[in-house]
Design a protein around this ligand. Structure first.
Ligand code: F3S
Length: 295
C-alpha cells in the first residue's frame, strides 16, 4: 500500500501565525489570556491551550479588563475592536493579512458607493467579520438561489469571496451575478493556500483508491476538501483524529491519499499516517516524488 501525503496538508500561514502568537503569550503571561472564539477549528489544540490558561470567549462582556485577548486569523468586524478597547483589554491581532486585505478592500469600495456581495457562508466568522467592514451595505450569497433572492438597486456592485471558497463555486456564482446585474467589479479573494490545497486534493483523489481528509468538525475548508475529494474518489473519509479512522480492507486498497485542513496540526497528520502505515508494510511517498512518477 502506498500513502500519498499532500504537500499543502495542515496549518496555513495565517493559522500558523495565530497559534504561534498565542503560544508566545502563554509563555509570557502564564494565565488569563482570551481568544475571541477558538483560535483554530481543532479541539485538541484548543484543549491544550486551555490547560495553559487560554480561554475562548464569544462575548467581550465576559472578559476581565486588563487581560490579553487574541483575535484569530478569521478576523473580526470593527465593532469588536471598539468593544475590546472599551472593555480595557490588551489587543493581540492575529487577523490573517489576506483577510485584512479584504476588510480594507470592501471598506474602500463602500466608501466609493458600491454595494458589496460576499460569496461565502453567512454564518462563518470570517464572512461575519468582512460584512462588518461594509457599513451594512453587504449581502452574502452561497448559491445561485441566494443570488435570485438579491434585490440590489445600486448599479455599482463589488463582489468578493470568502478566502476558503472553492474556485468552481466562485466562478459559477459570479457568472450568475454578472448575468443578473451586468457589469460588476469582482475580486477573487480566495486565498492561494486554499486553492493550492484544493487543487492538490483534486489531483490526488483522482489517482487513489481511498482518500482521508483530516480536520476539525467545524472547519469549513476541511469540509470543502472533503467535497472535492468525494467527487473523484467515492471512498473519501473525513476524520478529526486517528481515532476516527474507518476500518479498512487493506487488500482492496493500493493507494491512499491524505490531506488536511488549514487548522490541522502536524502531529495529528503524523498520527493518521502512522496508523495507516501500521496496517500494512506500506510505502510512503510525498507529492514531489509522486509528481516525478506521474510525469
Ligand atoms: Fe489566511 Fe489563507 Fe490561512 S487567508 S488564514 S493563509 S487559508
Amino acid at each position: 500500500m502506498e500513502i500519498i501525503l499532500a504537500k499543502s496538508a495542515g496549518f496555513c500561514f495565517g493559522v500558523s501565525n495565530a497559534v504561534k502568537l498565542v503560544n508566545e503569550l502563554t509563555e509570557k503571561e502564564k494565565s488569563g489570556i482570551y481568544t475571541y472564539g477558538p483560535i483554530i477549528h481543532n479541539d485538541q489544540v484548543v484543549e491544550q491551550l486551555r490547560e495553559k490558561g487560554v480561554e475562548s470567549i464569544d462575548n467581550i462582556d465576559d472578559a476581565i479588563p486588563g487581560r490579553h485577548i487574541v483575535i484569530r486569523a478569521h478576523g473580526v468586524a470593527p465593532q469588536i475592536y471598539e468593544d475590546i478597547k472599551n472593555k480595557g483589554l490588551i489587543l493581540n491581532d492575529a487577523t490573517c493579512p489576506y483577510v485584512k486585505k479584504i476588510h480594507n478592500l470592501v471598506n474602500k469600495k463602500c466608501t466609493e458607493g458600491y454595494d458589496i456581495i460576499i460569496v461565502g457562508d453567512k454564518n462563518h466568522p470570517e464572512v461575519i467579520g468582512i460584512s462588518g467592514w461594509c457599513e451594512n451595505k453587504s449581502s452574502v450569497v452561497d448559491s445561485i438561489a441566494d443570488v435570485d433572492k438579491l434585490d440590489i438597486k445600486n448599479d455599482k456592485i463589488c463582489v468578493v469571496s470568502q478566502t476558503t471558497l472553492s474556485r468552481k463555486k466562485w466562478e459559477e456564482i459570479v457568472e450568475y451575478i454578472e448575468k443578473k446585474y451586468g457589469n460588476v467589479v469582482k475580486y477573487d479573494t480566495i486565498c492561494s493556500a486554499t486553492s493550492k490545497r484544493q487543487d492538490e486534493v483534486d489531483e490526488i483523489s483522482k489517482i487513489v483508491d481511498m482518500m482521508i481528509i483530516i480536520g476539525g468538525k467545524h472547519s469549513s475548508n476541511t469540509q470543502k476538501l472533503y467535497e472535492i475529494s468525494k467527487r473523484n474518489c467515492p471512498l473519501t473519509y473525513k476524520v478529526e483524529t486517528s481515532g476516527d479512522l474507518p476500518p479498512v480492507d487493506i487488500k482492496k486498497i493500493k493507494k491512499i491519499g491524505i490531506s488536511a485542513g488549514a487548522s490541522t496540526p502536524e502531529w495529528v497528520i503524523e498520527e493518521v499516517i502512522k496508523k495507516m502505515s501500521d496496517l500494512n508494510n506500506k510505502q510512503r511517498v510525498d507529492m514531489n516524488e509522486q509528481e516525478t512518477e506521474m510525469n
